[in-house]
Design a protein around this ligand. Structure first.
Ligand SMILES: Nc1nc2c(ncn2[C@@H]2O[C@H](COP(=O)(O)OP(=O)(O)OP(=O)(O)O)[C@@H](O)[C@H]2O)c(=O)[nH]1
Ligand SMILES: [Mg+2]
Length: 403
């Protein structure tokens, strides 16, 4: 009996000792880090409102390991990453899409012109009886799509003749016929390459002009990408000195593809910025200098004179290889008036038609070429960085009349 009592006492003492050890060993461990008391400046002000969850929302920005104060200054076990200093980090250079076949890839963007012009004409020409009313509708369709009066009359005449010769018309025949005639109007003989390679010495010089908001800066930025994609080095000249934001906008485009932007003081002389841009382009051995200019109304003679001066000053370096007039396709006939005045002040060598997505007036391509005798070289088909396509008449007409 005594032995049993003794055994029980020993067992109790042993158990107590083990328990104490365990507790003791727990006490010896450092306390877990106390919840941080410093407020998290990345979190929104923590004002509780009725209905707010008591819990911290799951999507609250997480703190990194470096932000948590560890007791005793113990080094964190995780590998420390170097601190990120945003200002010193070089922007990531983008690789623009290749330019070949862009118009084919982007042809769905022409759907509004396609419905109004291409499909509209095919439906009309497929009617059993092509009476005078129908021909009038054909004419209206072309005029509404901004093809212009003279080209419209020519096309209707040609179509009338050819349909008569054809007699019975299959849809395939009609499509082929319309394709041929539209191609003739758009013109396949123009040289539509954007000239950036001067015969004698680098860099090629391109100036971009047009009225306000047509898409000059965007086009300059997109064109820089096209050139970079083709392996050329580009310097940008921010000769829009009216607004500081204009130079920032251009510089942002440049940084995305690693192109240097030359800018001047706000409200400074645009001609001297353009001159400096070409000078720096030469010094840097750049392939091409693209000069963005401020939007100006063609009716403001002072501003138009200024544009003429920008061109003349740049020409002290070398003749310009391209003067691109940027026209907003949605402005229709008004674009033609602008085109005429700009062509008088600076010799336009190519047209960029922007915003062809979102308009049914694709016929403006025909009208503006007629007006200036200068080819459409590029078309803007969206706000995306690679939504600028070299203009290809075949791909354009195919997009209009559909597959
Ligand atoms: N949908 C569409 N929008 C375009 C296209 N090209 C330009 N834009 C938009 O048109 C707007 C004006 O473009 P900008 O490049 O700033 O025009 P800008 O001619 O430089 O304007 P200013 O310098 O003020 O005269 C921007 O919102 C562009 O994204 C295009 O092809 N399609
Ligand atoms: Mg601009």
């Amino acid at each position: 009996m005594e032995i049993v009592i003794l055994a029980v006492v020993i067992a109790v003492v042993v158990l107590a000792a083990i328990g104490g050890l365990v507790i003791g060993s727990r006490r010896k461990k450092p306390l877990p880090p106390a919840p941080p008391t410093t407020p998290d400046i990345t979190a929104p002000p923590a004002e509780p409102h009725v209905g707010d969850e008591a819990e911290t929302p799951r999507d609250e920005p997480r703190r990194t390991i470096e932000e948590v104060d560890l007791p005793g200054g113990g080094a964190p076990t995780a590998v420390e990453e170097p601190p990120v200093v945003p200002d010193l980090v070089a922007p990531e250079i983008e690789i623009p899409e290749p330019t070949e076949g862009r118009l084919v890839r982007l042809r769905a963007r022409l759907s509004r012109s396609q419905n109004a012009l291409g499909k509209g004409l095919l439906i009309l020409l497929s009617r059993e009886h092509l009476d005078e009313d129908t021909w009038e509708e054909v004419e209206d369709t072309l005029l509404t799509a901004d093809v212009g009066v003279q080209p419209t009359q020519e096309l209707v005449e040609r179509l009338r003749e050819r349909v008569k010769v054809l007699g019975t018309r299959t849809p395939a025949e009609l499509r082929g016929l319309l394709r041929e005639e539209l191609l003739k109007l758009v013109g396949t003989d123009f040289d539509r390459t954007v000239k950036t390679e001067p015969a004698t010495s680098k860099p090629g010089i391109v100036m971009v002009v047009g009225v306000n908001g047509t898409g000059k800066t965007t086009t300059t930025g997109k064109l820089a990408r096209v050139l970079v994609a083709d392996g050329r080095s580009v310097v940008l000249g921010a000769a829009d000195t009216f607004r500081a934001a204009a130079a920032d906008q251009l510089q942002t485009w440049g940084e995305r593809v690693g192109a240097h932007t030359v800018r001047g003081p706000e409200a400074g002389d645009p001609a001297s910025v353009a001159f400096d841009a070409v000078k720096e382009g030469k010094e840097m051995g750049a392939d091409v200098v693209l000069i963005d200019t401020a939007g100006r109304l063609h009716t403001k003679t002072g501003l138009m004179d200024e544009l003429g001066k920008v061109k003349r000053v740049v020409e002290k370096h070398a003749p310009l290889d391209e003067v691109l007039l940027v026209l907003d396709a949605t402005t229709g006939q008004n674009g033609l008036i602008q085109a005429r005045v700009f062509a008088e002040v600076v010799d336009i060598t190519g047209i960029v038609l922007t915003k062809l997505d979102g308009t049914a007036k694709g016929g403006i391509v025909v009208a503006v070429q007629r007006e200036l005798g200068v080819p459409v070289k590029l078309v803007g088909l969206g706000e995306g960085a690679d939504d600028l396509a070299p203009f290809e008449p075949e791909a354009f007409v195919d997009a209009l009349i559909g597959e």
